[in-house]
Design a protein around this ligand. Structure first.
Ligand SMILES: [Zn+2]
Length: 200
């Protein structure tokens, strides 16, 4: 665990520096570069997460999708469906964990990687933590898609890396990945849809 602490600190510094460079350039977010730690395999599963995000937009959900992968095999998928269900916990990540945790052992969760189309919110970080998932790869950075939604960025955003660094430091967080593709999905959806005033 000790080895994870400096790596997390470096990751947080990397992301914050990248975000500051973006926030200096007005309202239209430009895609952040891929996390250099991501691999071609990560890209393959992120593509599936983005497919699930696009699916959600035509099946009662907001544009978010998640994929759980173990040993190179998809073992669970979920598309956001909070609109059709009226259930605010049906985010892609928490919905996946809630649906599949009765069927998937904690050992399997612990050996799996969760790919999510957008950076997990604090609720989903908690679900991921309590499921025991130890590796998360996200596509689109939260402050980036919040800007697409028209929500001004928080001057001191709490990103997923910081949440995990303080609550579950053994969890590895990678991202952003293929953010340009993710922002296209958000830009196609939010201008014609409503969202809660607090951005949830
Ligand atoms: Zn969430």
């Amino acid at each position: 665990m000790q080895a994870m602490i400096p790596r997390s600190a470096r990751s947080i510094a990397f992301v914050n520096a990248a975000l500051l460079s973006v926030l200096a350039f007005g309202q239209a977010p430009a895609a952040l570069p891929d996390d250099p730690a991501c691999t071609p395999t990560d890209r393959k599963f992120m593509e599936r997460a983005y497919e699930l995000a696009r699916y959600a937009t035509t099946h009662g959900g907001a544009p978010f999708g998640a994929v759980l992968v173990k040993d190179g095999v998809v073992i669970a998928e979920y598309s956001n469906c909070e609109i059709s269900t009226g259930d605010v916990t049906k985010h892609a990540e928490t919905g996946l964990i809630s649906t599949f945790s009765p069927k998937i052992s904690r050992a399997t969760f612990g050996a799996a990687t969760l790919y999510t189309s957008s950076e997990p919110c604090t609720m989903c970080c908690g679900s991921i933590r309590f499921a025991g998932i130890k590796k998360v790869v996200y596509g689109t950075t939260e402050v980036q898609f919040l800007r697409v939604m028209g929500i001004p960025p928080d001057p001191n955003p709490l990103n997923a890396r910081e949440v995990f660094a303080r609550t579950a430091p053994a969890t590895q967080v990678l991202g952003p990945l293929m953010e340009e593709e993710g922002l296209v999905i958000h830009k196609a959806y939010w201008p014609s849809h409503k969202f809660a005033p607090d951005g949830t």
